[in-house]
Ligand binder design. Structure first.
Ligand code: TYD
Ligand code: MG
Length: 452
């Protein structure tokens, strides 16, 4: 029987039986392409015993958790959940040019120096180029093996022969399986390569780190299709104009998600930033209207960032809402709550919101800082420069206590802040050394802080 063709979406990985201009699963346009020759049957055995069920309680006594290997790059180890787990598959995604090859070459050297037999397979650069980069990074003497290959079969043969404990494959878009007809970088190639590599790694007990480029348009087969196949997904983020880069765990079977590692791009590769709050606040000047410091938490680590807002009468028929580093939908929600619950309208006013330094904030606990920045800009009244703000705003205008309050306050105190504004309620706090003002709702906040 002839195999019916299958099509998949490069943005979300949805598989359909016919082509369409728009993916019915995620709504993206021009992301559907045909999968050539890839089997849709069940995956090969991963080497696990089949058929026999085990009682969960039996597992507990069977084996202790596998020892993790730490690289010594603390920012990386934390994002991995405390080091590299043997036979785990990791995807590192990010925009082209953001520094993925750089960080992974540094990681390869660090893991090799920690005693892991490591091989770095580059499909983008010749071994000589990788060596030159290593030299520039001061890593030329690290015991890492290099290979420049793009054919999947050759790579698997190399891995079979070398028997490494860690294999880094840069990048999954350049890999090419000769049993799949479509071009390298297409969804079916990316999926086939990722599938083969992760399967092989699990079978042989090798850890693999796959590099994947993401493009804004999602035209090139995004690493999205690979996300489901791996244990851990890390994204490497950063703005072109800024030096710092963030490695963020968005999925981790072996540790907490949302954990971040902060790095700075220097002439000698990526340097760890051990105190990100100080970095993000370093460009802060005199207290100015619209500027508010948010005491945030990323994973287990407190990070202070500055929100900046600008509110001005709009020359346009429809007022603008522009936001960088924060969710646009969430901004609209806060504007609506300010209007409906506190009677402060923003109609006819352009609103610009920015997180200084190019950081992306996703915590709802930043709501109150955003509201404070908007009000401060609108009223042209600066908040005291030594104050941090945090708390989630509900649609009713009530403030909800944030997680890890004590952690946030301690970090603020460490950076020289003396006061904090936070929601009332929540757990009792230990010593933190700040003068803390708590509020139950947004109306109280507006009255107390802005006298409105
Ligand atoms: P790269 O790791 O090649 O990015 P990716 O693999 O994500 O495409 O990094 C590319 C950028 O990093 C490039 O613009 C140059 C810069 N860079 C430095 O600033 N310092 C360095 O030591 C290195 C190696 C790169
Ligand atoms: Mg690269």
């Amino acid at each position: 029987m002839a195999k019916s063709p299958s099509f998949s979406c490069s943005a979300c990985g949805n598989v359909t039986s016919k082509w369409a201009g728009r993916c019915e699963a995620c709504g993206e346009w021009n992301t559907i392409s045909e999968d050539a020759g890839i089997s849709t049957g069940p995956a090969k055995s991963l080497g696990a015993r089949r058929g026999a069920a085990i009682v969960l309680t039996d597992l507990a006594t069977e084996e202790p958790p596998p020892p993790r290997t730490t690289s010594g790059i603390a920012e990386l180890d934390r994002v991995l959940g405390g080091g590299l787990v043997p036979a785990s598959a990791i995807l590192v995604g990010g925009d082209p040019g953001i520094g993925k090859s750089t960080i992974l070459l540094q990681a390869a050297s660090a893991f090799a120096r920690s005693g892991l037999k490591t091989i770095y397979v580059s499909g983008e650069e010749a071994s000589a180029q990788v060596r030159m980069r290593a030299q520039r990074l001061g890593l030329a003497d690290a015991p890492v093996k290099l290979a420049a290959e793009t054919n999947l079969r050759d790579i698997l043969t190399t891995l079979e022969a070398e028997k490494p404990q860690l294999a880094i494959v840069d990048s999954i878009q350049t890999m090419w399986a000769d049993n799949v007809e479509s071009a390298p970088g297409s969804v079916s190639q990316v999926r086939a390569a990722a599938h083969e590599l992760t399967n092989f790694a699990k079978r042989k007990g090798i850890s693999v780190i796959l590099v994947g480029h993401v493009t804004k348009e999602g035209q090139i087969a995004g690493p999205r299709v690979v996300e489901h196949m791996v244990d851990t997904v890390l994204y490497f983020e950063g703005e072109r104009g800024h030096h710092f880069r963030i490695l963020r765990a968005v999925k981790n079977r072996f540790g907490p998600a949302d954990e971040i590692g902060v790095f700075e791009m220097t002439g000698k590769g990526l340097a760890e930033v051990l105190n990100p709050s100080a970095l993000f606040l370093s460009e802060r000047g005199e207290p100015s209207p619209g500027s508010v410091v948010f005491a945030g938490v990323e994973g287990t680590r407190p990070v202070l960032v500055e929100f900046q807002a600008l509110v001005a009468p709009s020359p346009h028929a429809q007022a603008r809402r522009t936001v960088v580093g924060w969710d646009g939908g969430r901004l609209a929600m806060i504007l609506a709550v300010l209007e409906a619950r506190c009677g402060i309208p923003f109609a006819g006013l352009d609103v610009y919101l920015n997180v200084a330094g190019g950081m992306k904030v996703t915590e709802p606990a930043a709501d109150l800082a955003v509201a404070a920045a908007l009000l401060s800009a609108r009223e042209d009244a600066a908040l005291p420069a030594d104050t941090v703000v945090f708390g989630e705003i509900s649609l009713s205008g009530a403030l909800r206590p944030a997680s890890q309050t004590e952690n946030r306050l301690k970090e603020a105190q460490k950076l020289g802040f003396t006061a904090a504004i936070a929601p009332a309620g929540g757990k009792p706090l230990g010593a933190h050394g700040l003068s803390l003002t708590t509020m139950g709702d947004l109306t109280g906040f507006v009255g107390d802080v802005f006298g409105a």
